[in-house]
Write a protein that binds this ligand. Sequence first.
Ligand SMILES: [Ca+2]
Length: 338
Amino acid sequence: MSRAMIRTAVVCTALLLFLLGHVRADKRPAPKAPKAQCCDEVRSLKVQMANLTSLLEDLAKKQETDLMKMVRQVMDLEKQNQQQEARVTEAESKYSEIHNRVEIMQLQAAQAAPQSTSDAIYDCASLYNRNYRISGVYKLPKDDFLGTPELEVYCDMEKNGGGWTVIQRRRVGLISFDRDWKQYKNGFGSISGDFWLGNEHIFRLTRQPTVLRIELEDWVGKVRYAQYGFFTLSNELNSYKLFIDNYSGDAGDSLRYHNNTNFSTKNKDNDKCVDDCASLRKGGYWYNCCTDSNLNGVFYRYGSHTKNSDGITWYGWHGQNYSLKRVEMKIRPQNFTP
Ligand SMILES: [Ca+2]
């Protein structure tokens, strides 16, 4: 090895040692300096700032959540309010609809009452159904729907199941039945004695399906009856024409002969005869050609009845020359159940 080479090696080693020493010196911990203290404070402040920021963020989040909660609550309340309003509106609408229906029903009931409701006082059967069970004089109320006035009637509430409206009676004999058209139309006599109820009233009462029962008594106290399951009259324009059917009884079917005939009075001859039956037989009636029955004839007392054909006659029982002692005609709705 040359001297130059040895010198170079020594220089290099010295340089290396110098460098290593410098590096080792850098690795040693730095002594505490005013600069480091400042950094700690900054760091601490930074941490505090971070904590505060975090707290603020939390607070903001909480506020936002609370706000959202409140908004939701307000929205819920509004929704509930709307629902309640809707319910109120619906209820009001329903009430209005029901009220309307009730009004219509009341109107219909008022219009239909005289003929269809069971509690309307239409005749003696209606009164019977309202527990009036004593026979006697009753007043049927005036009927606005039918345009008829208040009517006094005699109700038979006891015989044959009751509920009968009496339309004719002969048993005293003091009242003449030889009357004109207008009197037979409106009725005459005494409602608790001898009377004719009136064709207009009979027409009205028989607009519902009606039963007619005729009770007859002779001068020795024998009693017979004739019943017709169907009985009605046409109106005045059609001369109160008689329609009967479904006979039953033990007096004989003498009214059948006069079925489908018009009513006649002494001033209105509507019979099917050349003769004037109402004038000849001295009473208004449905005359075919005079004979067979005349329940509105002359009331003959005791023994003077046998030779006259103008008395109260029922051919099927005592012939046309026998005038009966007592007769009563009464009607009742077909659907009546005692
Ligand atoms: Ca005639």
